[in-house]
Design a protein around this ligand. Structure first.
Ligand SMILES: Cc1ncc(COP(=O)(O)O)c(C=O)c1O
Length: 500
């Protein structure tokens, strides 16, 4: 979509009469009018910016920011927010991404720590240090690991930390040069091979077998003394539990490889099974997936990483450790892979995760995985009844992969769903399933919502059978309809063009 030509002068691009129409949505620059301000810096009488800031800090030309009054600004972003699809607004069953509800109580708890400053002295920050220590300890217990770092800022960041620790471990054992391969299944999330490649490894892919699990014969054949690590998630990205995980971990360890657990799917097993007990040496967790913190790729994300004792010396710093009757920040560690981000991790999210774990306890956490699996299996059957094919149709865990009937495209179904006010599932992932629709309702959706979702999917196929053309026009009720996806990918419009 080409945005309308923009201007920063007083001439509005949007005709006055169209300004309030919900289908005309000007850019903030198009609301701009010279001299308007939402806020003014506190300049006291007689002072100007040069006096306040110092001549050397002044810009040569003013920034080209939109100039709007506070009310226009508020309306602009409020209207934008209303156009957002969010878990607070409606069902959002993205497979793998796990869009589960973020309870508001956790926001309240997190807000109580807003006044703390990262440079606050330890003595005055014992409360938050204790809380962070408890999160480290709880996550270690939940995953069956010996130690945890809260540093990484996203799942993918946790992966990087984990693989760097594995690399450091092999180097410390004099095997850094020998072990140059990381094995990933062909259904792996893209961040797994990307992480391995970023850490300097060659990636070897192993295929999925006809039962949806890792093909163990192919896996065995790929193993050898050159393998540094095996990255897996269990249940895997098809939502299927790897029933031969103990054999896989034995085989990997027999050749000296380390087993990495991508914790994206932990909500399927939390409270019932632990990666550490399956033989994994490292695990990252996406706190937004299992522990209800807000989503955010790399932004407000949090991806703690846990390790078995032999990898603990390599954990990132800083870490929260016990010191006498209190807690202290360990800033250095002899063999640490170092710092991954500023300060102590994404503390606001860690507080939210702490609140969740404390509220649920072990009994509640078990119920999380029970409901995640129950909901997904219920929806799997309902989608089958609605006319979709289920890839690897067997009892699954927290998510499953479906396909539309032959002749119907997943993308079209996904677009049509928007007209019903529901968010599509993850589409075209994992790559091992043609026209994949990966559905993860999560544990937080009700039976009525699951029924309604299945009904939408059924109705889309019924309408398509009667009028095959309509689906290619959908969505027609959203602020933006079908966009030219190829053009958007090849020639994205990523910046505002000023008219002068
Ligand atoms: C299986 C899997 N691994 C890793 C990631 C990466 O996590 P993040 O988005 O927190 O970086 C995801 C994200 O959806 C995922 O689904």
């Amino acid at each position: 979509m080409t945005p309308p030509a923009a201007t920063t002068d007083a001439t509005p691009v949007v005709a006055a009469a169209d300004r309030f129409r919900s289908d005309s949505f000007p850019l903030i620059f198009e609301r701009s009018s010279p001299g308007r301000r939402a806020a003014r810096p506190p300049v006291t009488d007689g002072d100007d910016m040069a006096t306040l800031l110092g001549e050397e800090h002044l810009r040569e030309a003013p920034p080209r920011l939109p100039e709007v009054a506070e009310l226009d600004l508020v309306r602009h972003y409020t209207q934008l927010a209303h156009r957002q699809f969010s878990i607070d607004g409606n069902v959002y069953p993205l497979g793998s991404c796990t869009m589960k509800y973020n309870p508001k109580l956790h926001e309240d708890v997190a807000e109580r720590f807003l006044d703390l400053h990262p440079y606050q002295d330890e003595e005055g920050a014992q409360g938050i240090l204790e809380l962070l220590f408890e999160v480290q300890r709880d996550l270690a217990q939940i995953t069956g690991m010996d130690d945890v770092s809260l540093q990484p800022a996203a799942g993918a960041h946790g992966e990087l930390a984990g693989i760097l620790m594995i690399r450091a471990y092999h180097m410390a054992n004099g095997e850094g040069e020998l072990r140059r391969v990381v094995i990933c299944p062909d259904g792996a999330h893209g961040t797994n091979p990307a992480t391995a490649a970023m850490a300097g490894y060659e990636v070897v892919e192993v295929p999925t077998g006809p039962d949806g699990e890792v093909d163990v014969d192919a896996f065995r054949a790929a193993l050898g003394p050159h393998v540094a690590a095996v990255m897996l998630t269990n249940p895997n990205t098809l939502g299927i539990f790897e029933t031969r995980i103990l054999e896989i971990s034995r085989l990997a360890h027999e050749v000296g490889a380390q087993l990495y657990y991508d914790g994206a799917n932990l909500n399927a097993i939390v409270g019932r099974a632990r990666p550490g007990d399956m033989g994994f040496d490292v695990v990252h967790l996406n706190l937004h997936k299992t522990f209800t913190t807000p989503h955010g790729g790399g932004g407000p994300g949090t991806g703690p990483v846990g390790v078995k004792a032999h990898l603990a010396p390599f954990l990132p710093v800083p870490r929260i450790v016990r010191s006498g009757a209190g807690y202290t920040i360990e800033g250095e560690r002899a063999h640490s892979i170092g710092r991954l981000r500023s300060f102590y991790g994404n503390v606001g999210n860690l507080v939210r995760a702490w609140a969740y774990i404390r509220r649920l306890g072990l009994v509640g956490l078990k119920r999380v995985s029970t409901m995640a699996v129950l909901n997904a299996n219920y929806l799997r059957v309902r989608m089958r009844e609605a006319g979709y094919t289920i890839a690897f149709d067997r009892v699954n865990m927290h998510e499953f992969v479906a396909q539309p009937p032959a002749g119907t495209k997943t993308l079209d179904v996904a677009k049509a769903m928007l007209d019903y006010g529901v968010h599509p599932m993850t589409v075209y992932f994992p790559l091992v399933v043609r026209e994949a629709m990966m559905v993860e309702p999560t544990e937080t959706e009700s039976l009525e919502t699951l029924d309604a979702y299945a009904a939408v999917l059924g109705e889309i196929l019924e309408r398509t059978a009667k009028d095959p053309e309509w689906i290619s026009r959908a969505p027609t009720t959203t602020p933006v309809g079908r966009v030219d996806e190829v053009r958007a990918a090849r020639k994205p419009v990523l910046r505002h063009e000023f008219s002068d």
